[in-house]
Write a protein that binds this ligand. Structure first.
Ligand code: NAG
Length: 392
């Protein structure tokens, strides 16, 4: 931060000097004073104070953002036909897990710090209290407990009457943004740390900065050791294991792609692209019953967002004004999810192109011929039957 400020001060020193009364610029301009001169002085004062504001409030050290892919799927608004489950009782249910072995009990974590669940008969209950506003990805563990990513605390194991932090640091550095987890059949837990720079309440700054500090991490239940599996990810988000566990996928939101890391076979340890040019920023990814995957694609696109993210200068300016950033974020309306085959081809796309019924879908899970949607900006879990959803 200090370095960032110093760099910036060096860069604007000439313009500060230009604005000082002793400068040549000022002397030259004085002769042009009155009656338009007051306006000129005011304009210079505004520009200088804005420049100083940007320098002093520079929260990011931006690098160029990846170019967003051009739109490839015409809107179908199929998501507008969804049914709302638990409406009003669920605050920002980010992720959804359906327990098939329990006949379809559905779990989600909400902004009030609860794990809530819906019985197969439709009854909701506040199941387990964890606390905090940062509960994101949830995943079952073989021992019957629930693994929960608390963006602020790290990877948690939640049992009846007990919450254990499994991992809050890795190789000496803090886990700043635990996001999604999955447990392999050997007990290894893979989970993502979105950003080493900004936490959950400031994720938009990570999007603006685009500095790629996300990581895929691994927790070894035998030793309790946490290690880095992949790093330099442009926001590490959803994680999913392939059906036979030969590879794991991690989604990189700001690069519109998901990568896969081979866990078994000849290519074990090697990473490669699973899918790229996704029509949105991939959030959570979940394995479908047939071995394909469902990916939630957040829509951080609008003419304004595309414009601002085009240059590091505009990213720097927008990021210096939190209110401006909020307005900018709001221009990116809409929701989209995609089904992707095990070999990385898009099979189905569903959207609500203007976000009329649902916005900002962060997870999609298939169970028993239905899709269930989590979202950070709704107070319900969405449900839709796959019957009428055509393949692309
Ligand atoms: C729904 O199922 C739960 C768990 O089996 C049970 O406790 C509850 O009473 C049921 N509710 C209704 C309305 O049937």
């Amino acid at each position: 931060m200090v370095a960032c400020l110093r760099d910036k001060l060096e860069q604007i020193r000439p313009s500060l000097a230009a604005a000082s009364p002793s400068s040549q610029f000022r002397r030259r301009r004085s002769s042009l004073m009155a009656p338009g001169g007051h306006f000129g002085t005011a304009a210079v004062a505004v520009v200088v104070s804005l420049a100083v504001h940007v320098v002093l409030n520079c929260p990011i050290q931006p690098v160029p953002s990846p170019t967003p892919p051009s739109a490839a799927y015409p809107p179908n608004n199929l998501l507008q036909g969804l049914e709302k489950l638990g409406e009003g009782q669920l605050s920002g249910p980010e992720d959804v897990y359906v327990d098939a072995a329990a006949g379809g009990t559905l779990y989600t974590a909400t902004r009030d710090g609860w794990l809530q669940r819906m019985q197969p008969n439709g009854t909701w209950e506040r199941w387990r209290f964890v606390g905090g506003a940062g509960l994101l990805g949830i995943a079952p563990s073989a021992d019957g407990s629930m693994l929960v990513c608390d963006a602020y605390k790290g990877l948690l194991r939640v049992e009846e009457g007990r919450v254990t932090i499994l991992a809050s640091t890795v190789e000496g550095s803090p886990i700043r943004f635990a996001d999604a987890a999955i447990e392999a059949s050997d007990g290894t837990i893979y989970f993502s740390d979105g950003s080493a720079r900004f936490g959950f309440d400031r994720w938009v700054l990570d999007f603006m900065e685009a500095s790629s500090t996300g990581r895929l991490l691994k927790y070894d239940p035998g030793t309790g050791k946490v290690s880095v599996v992949l790093d330099n990810l442009a926001f590490a988000n959803g994680v999913a294991l392939s059906r036979d566990e030969t590879f794991i996928i991690v989604c990189e939101s700001w690069r519109f792609r998901c990568s896969k890391l081979w866990l078994k076979g000849d290519k074990s340890g090697q990473a490669e692209t699973f899918i790229e040019n996704l029509p949105g920023s991939p959030d959570n990814i979940h394995l479908a019953p047939d071995g394909s995957f469902w990916i939630a694609l957040i829509q951080l696109r609008s003419p304004w967002i595309d414009l601002v993210t085009r240059w590091t200068f505009t990213k720097r300016v927008a990021s210096s004004f939190p209110a401006l950033l909020d307005v900018l974020k709001e221009t990116g309306k809409g929701a989209m999810v995609a089904q992707v085959s095990e070999s990385g081809e898009i099979i189905r796309v569903l959207d609500d192109s203007k976000g009329k019924v649902i916005n900002f879908i962060t997870s999609v899970t298939e169970y028993d011929g239905n899709l269930f949607f989590g979202s950070l900006s709704t107070n319900f879990v969405g449900k839709i039957s796959l019957d009428k959803v055509p393949q692309v």
